[in-house]
Design a protein around this ligand. Structure first.
Ligand SMILES: CC(C)(COP(=O)(O)OP(=O)(O)OC[C@H]1O[C@@H](n2cnc3c(N)ncnc32)[C@H](O)[C@@H]1OP(=O)(O)O)[C@@H](O)C(=O)NCCC(=O)NCCS
Length: 392
């Protein structure tokens, strides 16, 4: 951060608030790294479970380690019947992210180690949360459609099992592997808003579930994880390629944002968008419906051109732009896109909560406590004199 720069109202951009060993985002060159590995070397090559192991244990597992790790995750997939019963009492109109956030808090009620502050217990809580959030998200989809939740299948990968629990059909290998790669690409992203929310909560020594529930709330906003749902809504509103140009002009003319474009950190292509775009194309071709990919590609091109013309600078697609059409083609309901982001990002969140509370390297993280600049009023040069209600 430049000395003398006014750091108010810039949303902490450029302010380094902690050290981390987990991930690195270099927005100037479009580089995303998980514990030393480039995202392009992980997505599609390492499974989501391998990446979870990497995030939580600092290394990719060997064959035996992976087998043991998979067994731990599979053993934690089921959620308590009382929690499922509680979900059935919720209005079917409840937003899936609100359900997920509430369910994280309810999972705490069923964890006998909830307030065990040891590193070992926190590791086990992380495994439980990563395994169970997928089950909750899929169960809610069934419940709100009047269907019974489907029990997890221990023989399926995390990605395939989620799609199975949500749709009732085991996905074919290709679809499961694309979905797995999407989970990998959403698993971690430095000090993004929701991860920072989780770390801030963890810095008070609140427990893992409190931190993750806060992170889910942060992710739900349309400037963060909520953008993927908004991208699909936008594509539907546009409807056909011939309307793309007019739509972009209308948005820019009225000062509105185009969802899935722009990023607080990346000033070049988001490396995840570069991987997701061809995946969206291939999956569209696979299902014989390339319209959504084609409209996305055209929208990207037109929006970039118009943005450059109007603002004299570039704008790029982010992770949410092509994941929207990809998930849609996989038959995932639009308002479940953000919960899917959450079931992947919970891996990064929980690794960060553990790092926040147990970092061994000095300086250790402290309770976050920024300051604000009071621009409210006083009564003249003095503080205001209190007047009891009956005399006001
Ligand atoms: C993500 C986001 C909040 C990052 O914002 P940021 O880099 O901090 O940029 P700012 O919000 O400060 O905007 C910088 C400029 O670019 C413009 N801009 C940024 N994203 C834009 C978008 N998606 N559409 C249109 N204009 C956009 C802003 O209007 C602003 O213009 P100005 O300087 O003339 O006022 C922003 O790009 C955005 O709102 N994107 C859409 C939502 C989205 O896709 N979120 C998911 C992020 S992974």
């Amino acid at each position: 951060m430049e000395t003398g720069m006014d750091i108010k109202n810039i949303g902490l951009r450029g302010v380094v608030v902690a050290s981390t060993n987990i991930g690195d985002v270099d927005g100037s060159v479009g580089r995303l790294v998980y514990r030393g590995y480039l995202i392009k070397d992980l997505a599609g090559k390492a499974s989501f479970e391998e990446v979870v192991h990497l995030l939580l244990n600092e290394s990719l597992p060997n064959g035996d380690e992976l087998k043991a790790f998979l067994a731990q995750l599979v053993a934690e997939r089921a959620v308590d019947a009382e929690l499922i019963a509680a979900l059935k009492t919720r209005p079917r109109t409840a937003l899936p992210m609100d359900i997920l956030q509430a369910a994280v808090s309810m999972l705490a009620h069923h964890d006998p180690e909830v307030d065990d502050p040891s590193r070992e217990a926190n590791y086990r809580k992380a495994i439980r949360l990563i395994a169970k959030l997928a089950t909750v998200a899929a169960a809610w989809e069934r419940i709100r459609n009047g269907q019974e939740p489907i029990d997890p299948d221990p023989n399926l990968s995390h990605a395939a099992n989620f799609l199975y629990m949500m749709n009732g059909e085991v996905p074919d290998e290709d679809i499961a592997s694309y979905f797995d790669a999407a989970l990998v690409m959403h698993a971690e992203h430095g000090f993004n808003a929701s991860t920072f929310a989780a770390r801030e909560i963890a810095s008070t020594r609140a427990h893992m579930y409190a931190a993750i529930a806060g992170a889910v709330g942060s992710l739900s906003g349309e400037l963060h994880g909520g953008a993927n749902t908004r991208v699909m809504e936008m594509l539907m509103e546009i409807g056909s390629p011939d309307r793309v140009e007019g739509y972009v002009a209308e948005q820019f003319d009225s000062g509105k944002r185009i969802m899935g474009l722009g990023h607080a950190v990346y000033k070049v292509d988001d490396p995840r968008a570069k991987i997701l775009a061809p995946m969206s194309k291939v999956v569209g071709e696979r299902f014989g419906e390339t319209k959504w990919y084609e409209m996305s590609a055209l929208l990207e091109q037109v929006a970039k051109e118009q943005f450059k013309k109007r603002k004299g600078r570039d704008i790029y697609t982010n992770v949410d732009f092509y994941s929207a059409s990809l998930y849609y083609m996989m038959g995932i309901p639009m308002d479940q896109f953000t919960p899917i982001f959450a079931i992947a990002r919970v891996a990064g969140w929980s690794a960060h909560v553990i790092e926040e509370q147990f970092a061994e390297a000095a300086p250790k993280p402290m309770l976050y406590r920024p300051e604000s600049d009071y621009v409210g009023h006083y009564c003249g040069p003095e503080v205001c004199q209190f007047v009891p209600v009956e005399d006001r």
